[in-house]
Design a protein around this ligand. Sequence first.
Ligand code: GSH
Length: 213
Amino acid sequence: MYKLYGFPVSNYYNMVKLALLEKGLDFEEVITRPSQEESYLAKSPMGKIPCLEVKEGPISETNVILDYLEEVSGDRPFYPEDAFQRAKVRELMKATELYLELVARRLLGGALFGQEMSEALKDEVRGQLDKGCAALNKLLRFSPYAAGETFTYADFMLYYTVTLANIVTQKALDVSLEDKLPGLADWLALMEQNAHILSINGERDAALKAMIG
Ligand SMILES: N[C@@H](CCC(=O)N[C@@H](CS)C(=O)NCC(=O)O)C(=O)O
């Protein structure tokens, strides 16, 4: 049985949790906050969550964990078989992380936890967000899934990125991602028909409420 270390508020954690649930793999959740304790750094060298412990040892970094799960459990695949299409899914995942997740994350502390946000930082993030969304619009298909006709890991990553980033951009910048990414609203509604996504969201919302009220 796999052990998934992390916390249900984490968008990255939920991407991996969705993969485990969708692939029907047995796992146990070990509720863990990011930590610089030596015992956790031995599992996740930056102290970040998630981390997946498999029988041979721990694996950190979400995209690496997702790839591992695909390799050991390909009977419910989340990458296309064709090498070019697979690369396009990975390209979309990488763009989602670099140009949306990591950009919005710069305002996470301010939007959710009352940290100071300077106008200069907000302006910088606003500019990066415009550029990132323009790039994503060149890659997104929404036909009906993020990368095309099939449900792929690009949907996993986009869903848990957008749902958090949208809260952050709305609160900090008064910017709604539905306005920046045409097709997003219908795709979000499609994703929210997935029973695993709904159950993960329920656990996320309960944990978030306990954390920030
Ligand atoms: N590159 C990591 C990022 C994971 C990440 O940033 N996790 C957050 C929680 S959502 C975390 O652990 N933050 C604590 C930190 O940055 O030290 C991955 O792909 O798994």
